[in-house]
Design a protein around this ligand. Structure first.
Ligand code: GDP
Ligand code: MG
Length: 596
């Protein structure tokens, strides 16, 4: 294909503003898929994505379009992930295309992820076509939203296209605008092959599928290619494009986007942003490549210890397909064998946990999420702490630094006070507060550790779901942090230990022991429950002893009822964790770790 007949683009939007629906419409309008094969949200493939309405892995589709000028164009759409946890992948995949459709729900307006994503697009020097979606709804207000786009983002929205991805209004105009306003790619067909690795995922038949954007030269089936980041060489078995089903072709030239397969076994060996060339060619690597690093860690343990091996299998399989997820085995006195896992963020954590539970049918206990602390030792060395249980002896520690984020929150005025209070409570420092229409935009510097617990949930509940949120890491800073341990019947329960700010330790400790007192069933003896820092107890509750046998209230008269009760107890025991002499229900771990 001639370069000037190609248009490569992505769609940027806040969640639920209609990105997937619009993509479906573009595919349908151009007859890319036969009507009978059309199902809703073609591009969202994983179940969990459909349920949550989020796109986790980038997808792509090649669309043939005959424009009003009578010419045939090839439009390549890359669907980038829509969540903050995957910001790194978003920013990389944006570099594979020249333009973006900026989709804004015309009944809602600009949201935090609209901003975050459009900034990625602007960073990648994209030409941007604003699209106002959902004009079929009575609450649609295109004029106001166009103005807001100009005010907040600073791009011209006077020619924004008014669309209903639902009814199909404005779809043709959108296609015309892509052809007219987005630039064609540039590239040299005679230069040595240089391609960007945009994304990769595992397919059980074909092995790893690698999505590539060719920049210079030509990539052909049967060639040997090299990945610059790790120097590995692969024989290319297949080349193809997505329509959106895979269709094999012989080669890809400059400006084109497609896939290759090369009998690659692990997604780990294919890093987003990497540069691909021919085995014998020398080209300069694309700038800015760095593998995504996990920032949130937690322990995952099977509820039923007998499922540990199944869990290992499931984690191995998931890891093959997700280079940004890390894990190592962990043993906990309280929870037995499990894994310490690292994630890009909380959503990523939830997605992996859900997949293990659903796809492999394993019930899990999740320990408190933790960030990576830099422990500066008195001898001048720095240790990275991923697990509070590994906290070194305090007398050897000089100071502790924690990761901080810059959080951007957009919220309707009436909830602003609650949002400011929430951020303040979480040790936030306000950086900025501005208004855009009837919405406030607040920017906070917050400790990541205060966000990983339940910040999203709290934010949603105090704003009745009307706030939107986005963040980026800004670096490490020292603070007065300590490890708080929890002791049940004088034995430390490692799974409940956590890093907290010194000034908040008492409150957190008190809440924890009070909650545990409710959650742990009574035993035949008294159980002290304590929170401690070092050797010092900061909060204490005592669970009094049980007086009578549980079956006593059956008066011995009804034997079947008594038997049933005992059976029920036995089943319940499987969900208990034996801890010294104390049995703690797994639900207690989960609930104890929730705050408020
Ligand atoms: P995404 O999260 O940006 O991919 O958003 P989706 O495409 O999943 O759309 C979110 C919701 O908005 C879905 O329930 C869609 O059916 C609905 N939706 C999308 N576009 C329109 C539209 O133009 N009009 C109306 N009324 N609903 C729409
Ligand atoms: Mg979607």
């Amino acid at each position: 294909t001639d370069l000037d007949k190609i248009r490569n683009f992505s769609i940027v939007a806040h969640i639920d503003h209609g990105k997937s629906t619009l993509a479906d419409r573009l595919i349908q309008e151009t007859n890319t898929v036969a009507v009978r094969d059309m199902k809703e949200q073609l591009l969202d493939s994983m179940d969990i994505e459909r349920e949550r309405g989020i796109t986790i892995k980038a997808n792509t589709v090649r669309i043939d379009y005959t424009a009003d000028d009578g010419q045939d164009y090839v439009l390549n759409l890359i669907d980038t992930p829509g969540h903050v946890d995957f910001a790194y992948e978003v920013s990389r995949s944006m570099r594979a295309v020249e333009g973006s459709l900026l989709v804004v729900d015309s009944t809602q307006g600009v949201e935090a992820q609209t901003l975050a994503n459009v900034y990625h697009a602007l960073d990648a020097d994209h030409e941007i076509v604003p699209v106002l979606n959902k004009i079929d709804l009575p609450a649609s207000d295109c004029e106001r939203v166009a103005e807001q786009i100009e005010d907040v983002i600073g791009i011209d929205a006077s020619e924004a296209i008014q669309v209903s991805a639902k009814t199909g209004v404005g779809i043709r105009e959108t296609l015309e605008s892509i052809v007219k306003h987005l630039p064609a790619p540039k590239g040299d067909p005679d230069a040595p092959l240089k391609a960007m690795l945009v994304d990769s995922w595992y397919d059980s038949y074909l092995g790893v599928i690698v999505l590539v954007r060719v920049i210079d030269g030509r990539l052909k089936k049967g060639e040997r290619v090299k990945f610059l980041s790790n120097g590995t060489v692969h024989h290319v078995d297949r080349i193809g494009v997505f329509r959106p089903a895979m269709a094999e072709i012989d080669s890809l030239g400059p400006g084109e986007i497609g896939f290759l397969t090369a009998s690659i076994k692990q997604v780990r060996d294919t890093r987003v942003g990497d540069t691909i060339t021919h085995q014998k060619s020398e080209v300069e690597a694309l700038p800015g490549f760095k593998p995504a690093q996990p920032v949130v860690f937690c322990g995952l343990f099977p509820v039923d210890a007998a499922q540990f091996e199944d869990m290992r299998d499931s984690i191995d399989k998931l890891a093959l397909n997700d280079a940004s997820f890390s894990f190592e085995m962990e043993t906990s006195a309280a929870l037995g064998f499990g894994f310490r896992c690292g994630f890009l963020g909380l959503l990523h954590l939830e997605v992996i946990r859900d997949r293990i539970e659903r796809e492999y049918d394993i019930d899990l206990i999740t320990t408190a999420p933790s960030v990576i602390y830099d422990i500066h030792m008195k001898d001048g060395t720095v240790e990275q702490l991923h697990n509070p249980a590994d906290m070194p002896d305090l007398t050897l520690v000089d100071h502790i630094e924690e990761p901080r984020i810059k959080a951007t929150i957009l919220v309707p005025d009436e909830y602003l006070g609650d949002v400011l209070k929430l951020c303040q409570d979480r040790r936030g420092l306000q950086l900025d507060l501005t208004y855009a229409g009837s919405r406030a935009m607040v920017v906070y510097d917050l400790p990541l550790n205060e966000v990983v617990f339940d910040f999203y949930d709290r934010l949603k509940s105090v704003t009745k779901g009307y706030a939107s949120f986005d963040y980026q890491m800004i670096g490490y800073r020292e603070d007065n942090l300590v490890k708080m341990s929890v002791l049940v019947n004088d034995e430390p329960v490692d799974a409940l230990s956590m890093m907290v700010h010194r000034e908040r330790a008492e409150t957190r400790g008190r809440a924890m022991v009070e909650k545990l007192k409710e959650l742990i069933p009574r035993h035949m003896f008294k159980i002290p429950i304590q929170a401690a820092i070092g050797g010092k107890v900061i909060a204490r509750e005592t669970l009094s002893a049980m007086r009578k046998d549980v079956t006593a209230k059956c008066y011995g008269g009804d034997a079947t009822r008594k038997k049933k009760l005992l059976e029920k107890q036995k089943a319940g025991k499987k969900k208990m964790r034996q801890f010294g002499k104390v049995e703690i229900p797994q639900q207690a771990f989960i609930n104890a770790l929730k705050m408020d």
